[in-house]
Design a protein around this ligand. Structure first.
Ligand code: BJW
Length: 235
């Protein structure tokens, strides 16, 4: 990559591809989550209103599964970069798992929420949650039986967009890792980055839907290409 020495501040967008080799299903690949479920049924507020049991069961299953998975070499490499990098750095993850944090990364923002919170639609409090929601447990803050997964569904506003755009405005490099570029506004960040004059790099198994927007791309499994890139940028 040209001009790597000039890079001080970095924004890294991650998606399901980063956690794929930890055994967490992606959404759009063959055998992925959307092959087994209609998106409108399990990832929209309308689907939740129609059939809450189906949606709560879907997330209970995934919440349980992620707790049995471990961070992989890509999460480890990004945590190492986070620790070693003296400039600003923000990992904006679309993932609802906690594998970046379990690998040790600290500067992480979950724009699509997290499996490990329950959000009370009665009192608006978010509580750490590792168990199930299907049995309609009471909210720890207000006792209402109105908890839902703290994830961002289609038609809902992704979290912390101001922080994300703020970090992008200060950054010199935007890196996208393991995401298909199919879901907005995350998929539009590369174009925002370009307009702001950032260097842009994609690391993905294959060219994503947004590949043409990146100044450079590297393709391969995240556990291989992410540690390689981190070694390069730290050397
Ligand atoms: C590997 C790998 C390995 C595999 N190594 N790589 C028309 C045009 C534009 C926008 C819209 C439109 N119509 C509607 C919209 C808006 C809508 C949208 O984008 N729809 C599209 C379908 C077009 N977006 C929204 O509604 C969002 N809200 C919104 O826009 O609010 C208004 C607003 C506008 C502007 C600013 C601010 C606000 C909300 C989107 C919420 C998305 N939620 C989900 C579900 C979360 C809960 C859950 O987990 O169930 O988030 S959907 C799902 O997709 C999940 C993911 O975070 C997200 C992205 O998926 P990701 O991570 O990219 O996974 P995959 O599977 O798609 O791709 C994996 C990639 O990894 C692939 O490329 C593989 O090749 C690769 N890979 N193995 C490296 N080993």
């Amino acid at each position: 990559m040209a001009g790597m020495a000039d890079i001080r501040n970095i924004v890294i967008l991650t998606g399901a591809g980063v956690s794929a080799e930890s055994g967490i299903d992606t959404f759009r690949s063959e055998g992925g989550l959307w092959e087994q479920h209609r998106v409108e049924d399990v990832a929209t507020p309308e689907g939740f209103a129609r059939d809450p049991d189906l949606v709560l069961r879907f997330y209970d299953m995934r919440r349980e599964a992620i707790q049995t998975k471990q961070p992989n070499a890509a999460h480890d490499a990004l945590a190492k970069l986070d620790e070693a990098w003296n400039g600003e750095l923000l990992i904006v993850t679309q993932n609802v798992d906690d594998l970046h944090e379990r690998a040790g990364a600290e500067r992480v923002l979950h724009m699509h929420g997290t499996h490990l919170n329950a959000w009370c639609t009665a009192c608006d409090v978010r509580s750490p949650w590792t168990g199930t929601l299907i049995e309609r447990p009471p909210c720890p803050a207000c006792d209402s039986r109105a908890l839902r997964p703290d994830v961002v569904w289609f038609g809902e506003m992704p979290y912390q967009m101001e922080e994300i755009y703020g970090a992008l405005r200060q950054a010199d490099l935007f890196v996208s890792i393991g995401t298909s570029g199919a879901v907005y506004p995350a998929a539009g960040l590369v174009r925002d980055a370009r307009e702001l004059g950032l260097q842009t790099l994609e690391l993905n198994l294959e060219p994503s839907q947004g590949s043409r927007w990146f100044a450079s791309s590297r393709h391969g499994p995240a556990t291989q290409i992410v540690p390689e890139w981190v070694e390069e940028i730290l050397s």
